[in-house]
Design a protein around this ligand. Structure first.
Ligand code: NAD
Ligand code: ZN
Length: 245
């Protein structure tokens, strides 16, 4: 992409936007070497994510599910935030009200410096007790604990699995943000997971200017004001320069 297709008026709206919400999915981390579920490298030992990231899979074979997360956590720990993550963290410092809602569990947004962040699908560096719900950090350099230090119940990954419901109040907060945004960015999500897509739609319905960044077209591409086709690590830094030049 050589130049942005924005009208002059929309560029002014972007520059003046005070309340911005960015919604990110696995695609923003692919340039950091973390595979998306559906892209190349998304399979582990021929299991699909849908076969492992479920409460049923964990009940049946917790060791297998943990092993998959151990493998993924190692990839995440060895990865670094890319210019896409870093640009969003910088953007947050330029406007009064910037919210980042991510489906990613890889921890790269907080490591890039994003502060006002909702990790709606959890975090791969956190374990949760099945008994008391206590959360503990998983140190990638140390042997992972199997049971809770408080009540000794089994630990599970602190991840929202397929078929599970969001923490109460979390979605309401996110919808509140998107529905009152001046500008919405939808980055690296296939929009198959309907919740982030409906958050974006809610904002669009309420008059936010909307920009999608994805190398492929998605179900949101026709709805947004601008669908920018390309890699987020390349487009986001240029976009920030274009808006605030
Ligand atoms: P997805 O795998 O369904 O879709 C990824 C999207 O990213 C695709 O539309 C693809 O075209 C796009 N993409 C690929 N490379 C890109 C790039 N360089 N720049 C911008 N976009 C790019 O992922 P999803 O929609 O986020 O949903 C899948 C679920 O998987 C989520 O619930 C998420 O929690 C989980 N997941 C997380 C991670 C992670 O934490 N990094 C990785 C894999 C899956
Ligand atoms: Zn416990």
């Amino acid at each position: 992409m050589d130049s942005f297709p924005f009208s002059k008026n929309d560029l002014i709206r972007m520059r003046n936007a005070k309340r911005i919400t960015a919604i990110t999915g696995a695609g923003i981390s692919s340039e950091s070497g973390i595979p998306t579920f559906r892209g190349e490298g998304g399979l582990w030992r021929n299991y699909r994510a849908e076969d492992l990231a479920t409460p049923e899979a964990f009940a049946k074979n917790p060791d297998l599910v943990w092993e998959w997360y151990d493998w993924r956590r190692e990839i995440c720990a060895n990865a670094s935030p890319n210019p896409g993550h870093l640009t969003l963290a910088k953007w947050e410092t330029l406007v009064p009200d910037f919210t980042l809602i991510t489906q990613n569990v890889d921890g790269l947004h907080p490591r890039a410096g994003s502060k006002n962040l909702y990790q709606i699908h959890g975090n791969i560096f956190t374990a949760r007790c099945l008994g008391c719900g206590n959360l503990t950090d998983i140190d990638p350099k140390k042997q992972r604990e199997d049971s809770c230090s408080i009540c000794r119940s089994k630990l599970r990954p602190h991840i929202l699995w397929f078929g599970e419901t969001y923490e109460s109040g979390l979605l309401e907060s996110c919808f509140k943000r998107t529905s009152s945004s001046d500008l919405i960015l939808i980055i690296g999500t296939s929009a198959n997971v309907s919740v982030p897509a409906s958050m974006a739609k809610e904002g669009i319905r309420n008059g936010a200017l909307s920009i999608e960044i994805n190398p492929e077209r998605t179900s949101l591409s026709n709805l947004v004001d601008y669908s920018l086709q390309g890699k987020s690590g390349e487009i986001l830094p240029k976009l920030l320069d274009e808006i605030y030049k």
